[in-house]
Design a protein around this ligand. Structure first.
Ligand SMILES: Nc1ncnc2c1ncn2[C@@H]1O[C@H](COP(=O)(O)OP(=O)(O)OP(=O)(O)O)[C@@H](O)[C@H]1O
Length: 248
């Protein structure tokens, strides 16, 4: 048994191989509570697979993922979600025919599916939480709008809101500002900084200006391994990182 750690998330020697190809290869990574970590690296470096391993979508072939000292790597995906891990994928997965309010409401964790939630009497606590999250994601003026009619950026925020409704302690985001306008990027940077307070956030991102704005620390992945790690200033001047990623 590994010793208890004070890190929120302690990943050690994490490995997954697909038919002998190691997409993630002995990765160790430690994230503090309140920290916003950005993972960068060239296409195919293993970044998305790393998030898949943390949230239980993919099972590792070796190593461990401990979240507040609980081993996640053998738990079913749903247990990991209930244990406080929220994951947003690259493409938004919202309910386009429902309103913003309803999208947030059905995401409130109370063990029912979308239909059960819709026919359930709204209680005050849920309603309050929906309004609180809607303010946070800049959609409080759009609560009655059909989610399918929102802009691309607003859909991305809504999906982040659907995670926040459950008050996760760890939030995993895959390229959250892809396709956003400059203004939406700015607002998203502030949003992510706020979300990170009291939680941990891991973001995969390619836009280096955005990374510079949000990251506490940056981890650079290459060929399934951690190539470099540290402040943005440190990694962007690292010759290894320039060679495999930033110089291209
Ligand atoms: N389920 C799978 N089966 C086989 N190979 C896989 C599987 N999932 C990922 N891979 C391979 O693992 C490697 C890492 O992929 P991954 O998507 O994690 O990279 P990435 O760093 O997120 O890249 P990108 O920036 O393009 O999203 C790729 O070569 C990919 O083809």
């Amino acid at each position: 048994m590994p010793l208890d750690t004070t890190f929120a998330l302690a990943i050690e020697n994490l490995t997954v191989s697909f038919d002998g190809f190691k997409a993630v290869d002995k990765v160790s990574l430690y994230v503090d509570e309140g920290e916003l970590r950005v993972v960068i690296g060239p296409n195919g470096a293993g970044k998305t697979t790393l998030l898949d391993l943390i949230c239980g979508k993919t099972r590792p072939t070796g190593g461990s993922v401990r979240f507040y000292n609980q081993e996640l790597s053998k738990l079913p995906e749903q247990r990991i979600v209930r244990g406080g891990v929220g994951r947003k994928f690259q493409t938004p997965s919202i309910y386009g025919a429902l309103t913003v309010f309803e999208n947030l409401e059905v995401s409130f964790p109370r063990g029912r599916g979308v239909w059960g939630s819709l026919f359930f009497k709204r209680d005050a606590a849920v309603e309050q939480k929906v309004h609180e999250v809607a303010r946070e994601i800049h959609l409080d003026a759009h609560l009655d709008e059909e989610a399918g009619l929102l802009s691309h950026g607003q859909k991305q925020w809504l999906e982040i809101g659907m995670l926040l409704i459950a008050d996760p302690k760890l939030v995993l985001l895959d390229e959250p500002v892809a396709g956003m306008s400059v203004r939406e990027r700015e607002l998203t940077a502030h949003l992510l900084r706020r979300i990170a307070k009291g939680r941990s956030v891991i973001v995969i991102e390619h836009d280096m200006n955005f990374v510079r704005e949000i990251a506490d620390k940056v981890t650079v992945m290459h060929q399934g391994k951690v190539l470099a790690e540290g402040s943005m200033e440190k990694v962007e001047t690292d010759p290894k990182v320039i060679e495999v990623y930033l110089g291209h």
